[in-house]
Ligand binder design. Structure first.
Ligand code: BDR
Ligand code: CA
Length: 309
């Protein structure tokens, strides 16, 4: 039986690849795609999500979420993903109309009505997920797992200590990590091992469908950023890790831990403080992914994208 998931994302290059991985998979049934402001404004990421769904020929609800983090102004990642969030990628046009933020109620409705538990896959800031857990706390028991991309054991990618998704809305992340819902965190520790190197990208250009062509453009554009600003000679599949974990957890090595989120640090706001093995006895509240079989991830991405339009 397929696993029922809701993907809350901010496309964004790597979110787009994560969506392709999910929609082309045999393992997942995507009940909805909801969008969170992060890599770009809500309007941009919602537009991109609608366009990607059309490109893939997928049928699902797409719902826009909060316009900004819980208690801060929005910080975007236009230096990584461009002014549209998907700069340089050819996507079909889509008429969006007025943004009516309904993601949280739509997630709640799907979870409430489902006979089986639902898995949430957030690949952006955790604003919508924190609102869901705060407004509908009785639904926590119907959430099997939150497989999220965010955080890190050591270091960050937006400040010395913080990873982007947690940095944008640390108060939301704090609510999620304290929620009691099972969590698997794919942070920079594992995603920096999920790099598609320059010489490995061409294969996606040979798939021959519209999604494969877009995936190839995404990889090229994403690579431009990483090659200019980091010593990684490739494109980092951050968000695909959160989807891949749900499809096949066996390709990951994980450790039990207690994770706190720094919300008040002078220099450390947005840091995930990861106590592997819960040495301080605060209670295990998450698993952290530390390693991935990258070849397996590449094969999963290739076969998913091959099944799309
Ligand atoms: C995360 O930040 C975003 O820019 C990416 O889409 C990913 O979710 C990586 O830190
Ligand atoms: Ca993202």
């Amino acid at each position: 039986m397929k696993k029922k998931v809701i993907i809350d994302c901010d496309p964004g290059y790597d979110d787009a690849l994560a969506l392709m991985l999910a929609f082309g998979s045999d393992e997942l049934q995507v009940e909805a795609v909801t969008t969170c402001a992060g890599n770009q404004t809500q309007e941009m990421v919602y537009t991109n999500a609608k366009r990607l769904i059309k490109l893939m020929g997928a049928k699902t609800i797409v719902a826009p979420g909060a316009l900004k983090p819980l208690s801060r102004g929005l910080v975007t990642a236009s230096s990584v993903h461009g002014e549209t969030g998907m700069d340089g990628v050819d996507l079909p046009d889509e008429d969006i109309g007025e943004i009516k933020s309904c993601a949280v109620d739509i997630m709640a409705d799907i979870i409430e009505k489902s006979d089986e538990k639902i898995i949430l896959i957030p690949t952006g800031p955790l604003t919508n997920i924190a609102l869901l857990l705060s407004i509908y706390p009785h639904l926590k028991e119907k959430i099997e797992l939150i497989s999220l991309m965010g955080g890190a054991c050591n270091g960050g990618n937006v400040t010395a200590c913080a990873e982007f998704n947690i940095y944008v809305d640390p108060e939301a992340a704090d609510i999620v990590f304290k929620s009691g819902v099972p969590i698997v965190m794919s942070g920079l520790d594992v995603t920096h091992k999920a790099v598609i190197y320059k010489e490995e990208m061409d294969i996606f250009g040979t798939i021959g469908n519209a999604s494969g062509n877009a995936a190839f453009q995404i990889l090229q554009n994403y690579y431009k950023f990483y090659s200019q600003h980091t010593d990684l000679n490739g494109a980092v599949m951050h968000d695909a890790c959160a989807v891949a974990y749900v499809m096949n957890p066996e390709i990951f090595e994980c450790k039990d831990c207690h994770i706190d989120v720094e919300t008040k640090g002078e220099h450390t706001t947005g840091q995930t403080v990861v106590d592997i093995g819960d040495k301080r006895g605060n209670g295990i509240n998450a698993k952290i992914a530390m390693n991935i079989d990258k070849e397996a991830l590449m094969k999963m991405m290739y076969s998913s994208i091959s099944r799309l339009l």
